[in-house]
Ligand binder design. Sequence first.
Ligand SMILES: [Fe+2]
Length: 222
Amino acid sequence: MVDGKYFFRFSYGNPKQDHAMQSLKLPPLGYDFSALEPFISGQIMELHYTKHHQAYVNNFNVALEKSKDAEDKGDLATVLALQPALRFNGGGHINHAVFWTNLTSPTQGGGHLHPGPLHAQITQEFGGLDSLKEKMGSLALGVQGSGWVWLGYDKTRKHLVLASCPNQDPLSLLGYVPLLGIDVWEHAYYLQYKNVRADYIKNFWGVVNWDHIEKRFLEASL
Ligand SMILES: [Fe+2]
């Protein structure tokens, strides 16, 4: 800020600026690839994390560098042409970074929602965990092509929300805080469940890290 209030700058992508967008890095997974078995196979987890998420990170970083170069040259057409790649790969990174933390081994409490603030909120808004699972499952089955289904939090209305997002669009584009996501891209389940998405969704609940999701809920609802 220069002399208070009348300083404007284009804050996206210029490496010379204080808060320029930095390259993305693959975050630590936090558990072994095999930790979610038998619900999600180690083979799926290894490919999903080391290939798919890594590709979103790599492709975002390439698009970001191109965008920075184009911005430096004043090449608006190229900056605009890169927006879909930034949105898709940046969204892929955001979604998967949350998704990994949403899961934990069944031997580490995966699948168990203990009585507490989140349990109470789910009961109040959905009538219970089974009802929430049913509603999220229906949304997940209804996703056409590739996308995500989210349990999120609406900070304005102070409510839990359910939403589908196409492709890799992050839930934040709808204005909500992501709490729990179901990745319904085929890469998340095809090696184990083939084309039977319903079985993947049914088994997914066995590795949900509700303790972590409750922390996200409490932070969002402050
Ligand atoms: Fe994925």
